[in-house]
Design a protein around this ligand. Structure first.
Ligand code: ADP
Ligand code: GLC
Length: 482
């Protein structure tokens, strides 16, 4: 049994902008189930303060001119302890965790996440006046990078593991910010957090962690190449012997078609007929005709990474046929507008909701016939895993974790029982159109369709293997630390 401090800037359902939040809730829960003593540490955003149950004040201290209170709550589903770093001037504000209501980065993000990292460091070093000290600190993404770097300067520190959920988000700040936040000069070098004159927070984790994880084996390979390395590939190649890809798991309680309270009708592989009730509800929700036409679903942040432009360009030709498309997403204003325009042009075939809606996300997974995920790159991706579980075969581009989890339905894979979706090789409009065509052909043949759905629903996408892989990684980090 290990004591693990799991440091993250989001955790569902307390605060979520994407998959990091899902993982920050489901991985600690899986580790707890394996008998480990895990504490999540998270900034005390308003939604976190409201959602973490009864809060106990563990202590307070002054850091960087702020009065910081450490509050202990619990994750609603798993009961994992969550420590909230309450510095009201920095975290108690309306808007997102990283951006304001207009979508602009908070101007004081350098200060906000430096303070968070300093608190993580104090907790890790047992200097916060608590009677609990971690053996492993597990940082996630750029928001925790400086904590791993600061810890590298400490004697008697715990072992450190750093997970990269998305290398495209790095936490870029200036030299002036670095000085203003009084980060030790020892951490300003190309071997540490400096990058061509900038302060890049994610480098703190990559350069200094005892072990580095990323969220799929394929992405672990990809990020050591210039194409996917976002400028970090040389450093990652240098640290390749410490880097490992561990596939994300799914919170199988939240994402379970058999018991999901957010969908219209529950179902499983044996009672697949009930899935159709979700389709009807979905069509009704979007005001689309309640026909047998195949429904393609999409739930996504609307950003370039996700290949939304490919969907927008591929659809007009495909909509000549009886096909419906439902989309839920928010992000880039240009894509939001283009999605709205598509729905206006095809009111009988395309439904779109711009915004963030957990319930609708579940209904799309359950009610659509196929799920579209043409990401240009995808560290792991969770929606294709949810789709597999919900009997909604995914159509994906062969990249990152999508390539690790989705097997194209071909003669061979249908014969060997691995086919679970539709995969195209290159992120082009033609590629996506081809894969959608393949999916529709399969859907028209009962045997193919039934098998692809069954293979997906029977696939183990739980944390069972991956949580154990993290435990082994913690062990390696502790050995490296000595
Ligand atoms: P990423 O983290 O890159 O956005 P993932 O596939 O790992 O991609 O995770 C996305 C998560 O966010 C999933 O749980 C998905 O259901 C959810 N999600 C994304 N956009 C929305 C939205 N508009 N409404 C509800 N949930 C969303
Ligand atoms: C990131 C990635 C996504 C991954 C998620 C959780 O947001 O974009 O692919 O599934 O993190 O690890």
């Amino acid at each position: 049994m290990s004591r693990i401090l799991f440091a993250t800037s989001e955790a569902a359902p307390l605060v979520k902008t994407g998959g990091l939040a899902d993982i920050s809730s489901s991985l600690p829960s899986a580790l707890k189930a394996l008998g480990h003593d895990v504490r999540i540490v998270l900034p005390a955003y308003p939604s976190a303060l409201a959602g973490a149950g009864e809060l106990i004040r563990l202590g307070g201290f002054k850091l960087m001119g702020h009065h910081v209170t450490l509050l202990e709550g619990q994750m609603p589903d798993s009961g994992v302890k969550v420590w909230l770093v309450d510095a009201p001037a920095l975290f108690q504000r309306e808007g997102g965790p990283y951006v304001d209501e207009q979508g602009n980065d908070w101007p004081d993000n350098a200060e906000r996440f430096t303070l968070f990292c300093r608190v993580i460091t104090e907790l890790a070093m047992g200097r916060a006046g608590l009677d609990w000290c971690p053996e492993v600190v597990h940082g996630n993404d750029w928001q925790t990078g400086p904590a791993i770097a600061l810890l590298s300067l400490e004697d008697g520190r715990p072992a450190t593991v750093f997970s990269i959920h998305n290398l495209a988000y790095q936490g870029y700040f200036s030299r002036e910010d670095f000085i203003a936040q009084a980060i030790p000069e020892a951490l300003w070098s190309p071997e540490s957090m400096e990058y061509y004159g900038y302060w890049v927070m994610i480098k703190g984790g990559i350069a200094h962690a005892d072990r580095i994880a990323t969220v799929s084996p394929n992405y672990a390979r990809e990020i050591t190449t210039p194409e996917f390395g976002n400028g970090m590939d040389a450093l990652l190649r240098h640290r390749q012997d410490r880097l490992e890809g561990i596939l994300n798991g799914v919170d199988t309680r939240t994402w379970d078609p058999e018991h999901d309270p957010l969908i219209t009708a529950n179902y499983n592989l044996k009672r697949l007929k009930s899935k159709a009730k979700n389709k009807t509800a979905l069509q009704r929700h979007f005001g689309l005709p309640q026909s047998d036409a195949p429904v393609l679903g999409l739930v996504s942040r609307l950003v370039e990474q996700k290949g939304i432009d490919l969907v927008l360009d591929a659809l007009p030709t495909l909509l000549d046929k009886p096909l419906q498309v439902v989309m839920l997403g928010s992000g880039n204003k240009y894509y939001e507008q283009a999605c709205r325009e598509l729905a206006e042009r095809y009111p009988q075939q395309v439904g779109i909701t711009i915004g963030y809606d957990e319930t609708l996300a579940h209904l799309i997974e359950a009610g659509a016939d196929l799920f579209v995920m043409p990401s240009r790159f995808e560290p792991c991706g969770l929606n294709q895993l949810y789709s597999l579980r919900y009997g909604t075969p995914p159509i994906v581009h062969k990249t990152g974790g999508l390539a690790d989890t989705v097997v194209h339905a071909s003669k061979e894979t249908l014969a060997d029982g691995t086919a679970n979706g539709f995969v195209f090789e290159h992120p082009t409009v033609e590629g996506l159109q081809w894969a959608i065509g393949e999916a529709l052909k399969c859907r028209a043949e009962q045997k193919c369709w039934r098998q692809v759905i069954a293979n997906g629903m029977n696939q183990d996408v739980s944390w069972t293997h991956s949580a154990e892989a993290y435990v082994a990684l913690y062990q390696k980090a502790r050995q490296d630390r000595g």
